[in-house]
Design a protein around this ligand. Structure first.
Ligand code: SAM
Length: 341
């Protein structure tokens, strides 16, 4: 019974793929609906009858799949206008995130202090440690966590990223708010422009799985962190319907122009903070790591490590209590606090 959920998801993906040249708007809406229902709770969308009724992730996904398949089965009979351009413009990862950060800046959502508080809720020692320390935000994007870390009392935070647009947003926000203890530099996280042991604290959220060389990124993380230093790392886990679906959706969405998807999501009033759809549909590289292999790496590097458990309803680990967690989410998301011995 449970394995049938993969077969059902595959039906949705193959139907979407068949319609990708003719019914793009409907595919964007269907996959948006499916994606948001991979989460048990959606804090942004008003509840309808279906979401009120469903109490487990498995049921919610199962019912949503039926609905989305029915929807695409219906729209495939709708007429359509032929595409005006045949060539799809490819969007680069650093450009993709740049567009998303700009929207956040417009809405003044460039400080992620609340999310940071969630990470450290049960780990206050990290917050105390950060005070007066030199911190690296590895792959800082818009600097939203660099600013949050600076606010926690770091002596200096250096945010590093390859994306010009993200760095532009970060510098603009820094100037706007008159923040002194943050600095931004353009560089690859795979070859950081810092000497060994340069930082007391290294923060790296959601970056290394987009670089194409996760191992090298992890080694850079270790290289620039001092002995006795601490850090935070977030990587995508592996296995399960959730990660499988992201991969399949990426394959389909890449056949649809980025701007069309962005316009449609904007048109339905998506909040600028909700970058997850465009992010995972259009990112060039999304790698995955198993919990076991990451923890083995920590051990090899002599790191003490602790997996963060949050109750935030958009964090996959908050569903661990449900039946079929592994089938649906595999290793989930891997958020760790580490200490280098
Ligand atoms: C999902 S975003 C995360 C940004 C930020 N850590 C946050 O949580 O808001 C991924 C970031 O990784 C950056 N990135 C990808 N590959 C990189 C590389 N090789 N060197 C530096 N930054 C990179 C992208 O430009 C993007 O800003």
């Amino acid at each position: 019974m449970t394995q049938k959920i993969f077969a059902k998801a595959n039906r949705l993906f193959s139907l979407a793929d068949k319609l990708v040249k003719t019914h793009q708007v409907q595919i964007i809406l269907a996959l948006h609906e499916y994606f948001r229902n991979l989460y048990l709770e959606d804090p942004f969308v008003k509840k309808n009858k279906l979401t009120k009724k469903t109490t487990t992730p498995f049921n919610k996904i199962n019912i949503t799949l039926d609905n989305c398949i029915r929807y695409l089965e219906t729209v495939k009979n709708f007429g359509y206008y032929p595409e005006k351009t045949k060539t799809k413009k490819h969007i680069l990862t650093k450009k993709l995130f740049g567009v998303l950060w700009k929207d956040r800046l417009k809405d003044n959502k460039i400080n992620s202090s609340k999310i940071l508080d969630e990470f450290y809720k049960n780990n206050k020692s990290h917050l105390i440690f950060i005070k007066n320390k030199k911190v690296l935000d590895m792959g800082c994007g818009s600097g939203r966590f660099s600013f949050a870390l600076a606010k926690k009392g770091a002596k200096k935070v250096i945010g590093v990223d390859l994306g010009d647009d993200g760095l532009k947003v970060a510098k603009k926000y820094k100037k706007l708010k008159g923040i002194k203890n943050v600095e931004f530099r353009k560089s690859s996280v795979l070859k950081l422009p810092f000497k060994n042991s340069s930082f007391d604290y290294v923060f790296c959220k959601g970056v290394l799985h987009h670089t194409g060389n996760l191992k090298k990124g992890l080694n850079e993380f270790n290289r620039v962190l001092k002995k006795g230093g601490k850090g935070f790392i977030y990587l995508y886990g592996s296995g399960g319907l959730y990660w499988y679906s992201r991969k399949k959706m990426r394959g389909i969405m890449k056949k649809i122009e980025f701007n069309l998807s962005k316009n449609i999501l904007d048109f339905i009033n998506i909040p600028s903070r909700r970058t997850i759809f465009l992010d995972s549909w259009y990112v060039e590289i999304e790698d995955h790591v198993s919990k076991i292999s990451l923890e083995k790496w920590f051990e090899k590097k002599n790191f003490l490590f602790k997996k963060i458990k949050t109750n935030k309803n958009t964090h996959l680990e908050s569903y661990e209590k449900f039946k079929h967690f592994k089938l649906l989410y595999g290793n989930g998301e891997l958020r760790y606090l580490i200490e280098k011995l």
